[in-house]
Design a protein around this ligand. Sequence first.
Ligand code: NI
Length: 165
Amino acid sequence: MALRNILTKEEPTLYKKCRPVKDFNPRLHQLLDDMAETLQKANGVGLAAPQVGVLRRAVLVIETNVPEGEDEYIIELINPEILETSGEQDGPEGCLSVPGEYGLVKRPEHVKVKAQDRNGNWFEVEGEGLTARCFCHEIDHLNGIVFTSKCERMLTEEELQSGEY
Ligand code: NI
């Protein structure tokens, strides 16, 4: 495994639409393994392939809603599609490509996604709260959308510190 460089918001690559993954081969597995290492090193909760310069529809999301005593785990989503959403949450959102900045973004509270795994098998997965937010945020990346373009407003340092916004 190897760390990959995370592109920041100035890079035009982040604003391009990604193509579907067609080959579920060792090259894809290497990409996913590298992304996992990069994500964990950066202490993030999600990472999309375009953030490491690969314009393919592949993302990682860390499932953080786990029972006490159990480990968080990475969900690999290849060619993901949102099937259903419900509810609404409004809260701060950040991105490893926009370091140190956070903005208020409305997202569904509950999201059901269909995707392929690294071997091409389709599956469905549901997420709530932060995980639902993360599914939406990472899938946006695949369509060239960075959260700063859809947030109501960015948060100030004071708001972030106080947690009041
Ligand atoms: Ni992001």
